[in-house]
Design a protein around this ligand. Sequence first.
Ligand code: SF4
Ligand code: SF4
Length: 340
Amino acid sequence: MNYFKIITELTSFCNFNCKYCYQDEIRKNLKLKFIDKEKYKNIISKLFSSKMIKSRCLLLTWRGEALLHPDFRELLAFVFQKDSESSDPSFVGINTNCFALDDKLSSKIVLDLQKKDESCVFEMVFSLDAFERNSFKLLKGCDERERVYENVKIFTKKLLKNDIRNTVLRYQYLINRESYSEAEQFYDFWKKWFENFGIIPSLYFDYQDKIDIPDSDDRFRIFFHRTDISDSTEKNYADDLHNQLRTKYDNSNDDSFSILEDEIQNRQSFCQEPFETVSVGIDGKVSLCCKDIYEELIIGNVFQDEIDDILMSEKAVEIRKNFQQGKACEKYELCRNCGK
Ligand code: SF4
Ligand code: SF4
């Protein structure tokens, strides 16, 4: 199933300060910390009434930490409700730094997941990104490694206890120059921990383009993520490290590895982002790229217009044409510095 990716934002604020993130830039311009819940519901309603977007992959996280929103659960429940009313399939996901995912919140989210429609696949990405306490501190800009790892264990146990189906948990580790030496420790740590429950977690190296209902053995995914950095020397270096790790495990005979083939073989020569993604900010602005912090690829505002009109607006058509004609780097500074 091919999904159209929609990225929404409950907040653009985050309590962490990751080295690779543009939170510094966002904080400087932050006018609104959390979106008003009725406004968010309005965005979701509009997205679900779109005739152009059928199968949707809807993320509740863009530039900030969604779990900090005081009405997070109400908004998640609203998304699930809209999904259950829709005849088109949805994939719903969040990325979290796991700081707020304590025992209390974990129990409540697990309850919400029990109520969601069976056909809706939910994915939670735990952005752990580092392993040792010092590396975590350096990379994430805070000393919360113990709390974060503990929260992830708590949530996973609750999910297992309640036998929640169609939910994927992704334990993300970020591959870069500083973190590479601890990548295997990270994998061994989680593999050993899951042994307590008789589970062998899968290993992933890429986000997949296609999302299907996971079988129950493939719900727990250790994910070695490529660092998304604009500096080309660092990026090439990180890509090499990522490939080394992939090759190492790919050559292993361990059946536990479920490695998705790189989607790059089938990629077009230009970036597909503006053809398969929209990002909606807390101010309603719609962009064709989730990296668009300087608003170069804004195509409209969902508080003023319907989403289908925005997707077919003059600006949107012009941007997509520039990509098809290979002019993205010439036209947009964002793309020149992107490296995709
Ligand atoms: S946890 Fe995510 S949003 Fe927060 S600073 Fe790190 S990368 Fe940015
Ligand atoms: S910034 Fe990068 S990912 Fe975004 S549209 Fe440009 S090339 Fe694609």
